[in-house]
Design a protein around this ligand. Structure first.
Ligand SMILES: Nc1ncnc2c1ncn2[C@@H]1O[C@H](COP(=O)(O)OP(=O)(O)OP(=O)(O)O)[C@@H](O)[C@H]1O
Ligand SMILES: Cc1cn([C@H]2C[C@H](O)[C@@H](COP(=O)(O)O)O2)c(=O)[nH]c1=O
Length: 209
């Protein structure tokens, strides 16, 4: 039985997901959560392969790899952590698939079929910022992969994330959108934590490892 909380954080490349996830882990830990931070692609062999080749493998093939990594990630890392009462915070999940793979031209119904049976998040966070803010952050930090090379992509991603939020909502997922313009990662993290239970003082929720 799952007793933990599953939180996913998605948003356009360079909008600040990793920064917010790091801050959220700290904020939630201070509120009594036993946090299990993770990310997709995962650190499993499928995830490592996917991340290493996502610039060369495109379309349905990349969609299949990402989905295979997700099913493996769930079986071997996420569900076990949830069953120990952990709060799993995942940097990228289904919403990223519904955006990045659609940028590659893959239809949404195909993506949802590949993801049949996945554990849906208790809270799906979509980070946003103005396209010019995202472009400035990407320029300052540098692009990590092909989805971040084209200056027109942040605006397209923002539109597709709105579609993804509606799709997740239809699936019964609680979705919140958090604007990271003029907010530090810690401020964004505090806003997200406000949607989760405060576990300070709760006893025996997680199994120590
Ligand atoms: N709230 C913020 N205010 C100002 N700068 C930020 C903020 N959040 C992140 N940054 C900066 O923007 C850049 C991109 O942030 P980060 O790497 O966290 O984004 P990301 O969405 O995880 O990127 P990717 O999708 O490529 O993994 C980094 O240089 C980071 O320091
Ligand atoms: C979860 C997920 C990932 N990808 C691809 C896109 C990038 O090549 C990497 C993620 O790198 P980042 O540093 O976290 O931005 O994985 C994808 O195509 N679809 C997905 O659902």
């Amino acid at each position: 039985m799952s007793t933990g909380v599953f939180v996913t954080v998605d948003g356009p490349g360079g909008c600040g997901k990793s920064s917010v996830v790091t801050a959220l882990d700290t904020v939630l830990a201070a509120r009594g959560h036993h946090v299990h931070p993770t990310a997709e692609p995962s650190t499993s062999p499928i995830g490592v392969f996917t991340r290493a080749h996502a610039d060369q493998i495109t379309g349905r093939a990349l969609a299949c790899l990402v989905a295979a990594d997700r099913h493996h990630h769930l079986d071997h890392e996420i569900r076990p952590a949830l069953s120990q009462g952990r709060t799993v915070v995942c940097d990228r999940y289904l919403a990223s698939t519904l955006v990045l793979q659609r940028l590659d031209g893959v239809p949404e119904d195909y993506l949802l079929a590949l993801n049949t049976g996945i554990h849906l998040p208790d809270l799906a966070v979509i980070l946003t910022a103005a396209p010019k803010t995202i472009t400035a952050r990407l320029t300052a930090r540098g692009a990590h992969h092909r989805f971040e090379y084209d200056p027109g992509t942040p605006a397209r991603e923002l539109t597709l994330y709105q579609d993804a939020a509606r799709t997740l909502g239809r699936l019964g997922v609680r979705v919140i959108t958090v604007d990271t313009d003029h907010r530090t990662p810690t401020e964004a993290a505090r806003q997200i934590a406000g949607y989760l239970p405060d576990r300070t003082g709760s006893v025996g929720r997680a199994t120590a490892t």
